[in-house]
Design a protein around this ligand. Structure first.
Ligand code: GLP
Length: 250
């Protein structure tokens, strides 16, 4: 185990070990939170890094899911809710339909008034203190869809519209979520960095060789907007879970 500023970094054997440990930490934390209050709130991520973790977590019978509220980090703009690459579809399949939650709040990427959608979602988020947030890291260091080219992350808003980096759009094609670059939306809705940093606890999962370079930058270069995930080093209760491949350049 390492620490970088405030961030705890754990290195595990492989993605299965990372996922099992993330599920164990989450389960213990939610049980603790539910001892103290009636409900808990989770901010979910999507992406390949979350698949095994969410599978293990949603198999848990120790968590009283009927007391858990769910939000998520981001969604493409102008995407049909039924599109296989929509984060709504991903989260419905991997979380919502597997448990009986207290509430499940989706960002609507198909909204004809995206600014109003940001306001609606912000209002809902403001009503809850998020207890735990799950994250992955984009190959360019993005968190949710907070892209490095945006440069200024002192957002006042909790949710915003953002333009996607071309690298981000291409990675969706390489990961087979879309057939061609033209199909990948150019804009998205995302919770902002201040919103992410306001949650009580953060678990960030990054596995595989393709995350090795950015993990090194995130942990060893200055905390700055050129790598949005480096801001996690300023959070007092965040854990980054890596496997041997993503930690191979550290
Ligand atoms: C997408 C999502 C992010 C996610 C990231 C990491 O770009 N917008 O919220 O964290 O991918 O992806 P993966 O989990 O596949 O490494």
């Amino acid at each position: 185990m390492l620490t970088m500023n405030y961030l705890t970094v754990q290195i595990h054997k492989d993605n299965n070990a990372v996922s099992a440990e993330a599920a164990r930490i989450t389960q213990n934390y939610l049980i603790e939170v539910l001892h103290k209050k009636d409900e808990a709130t989770i901010l979910l991520a999507t992406g390949d890094s979350q698949i095994k973790f969410l599978e293990i977590l949603t198999n848990s019978r120790e968590i009283d899911w009927s007391r858990i509220n769910f939000f998520h980090l981001d969604e493409y703009l102008d995407i049909d809710r039924e599109h296989p690459a929509s984060f709504r579809t991903y989260l419905y399949e991997k979380v919502e339909k597997r448990i009986k939650a207290k509430s499940f709040h989706y960002l609507s990427g198909g909204s004809s008034e995206p600014l109003k959608e940001c306001e609606r979602y912000s209002k809902l988020l403001k009503r809850k203190q998020v207890d735990i947030c799950f994250l992955g890291i984009g190959a360019n260091g993005h968190l949710a869809f907070n892209e490095p080219q945006i440069k200024n992350f002192n957002d006042f808003d909790l949710v915003k519209i953002t333009e996607l980096d071309l690298n981000t759009r291409w990675s969706q094609v390489y990961q087979n979520h879309f057939e061609s670059i033209d199909e990948v939306p150019k804009y998205a809705l995302t919770v902002t960095i201040p919103m992410i940093l306001s949650v009580n606890k953060i678990l960030c999962l990054a596995t595989g060789k393709n995350k090795a370079k950015i993990t090194k930058i995130m942990l060893q270069e200055n905390i700055s907007s050129h790598c949005p995930s480096s801001f996690l080093r300023e959070h007092s209760n965040a854990v980054l879970l890596l496997d041997r491949d993503s930690a191979s350049l550290l």
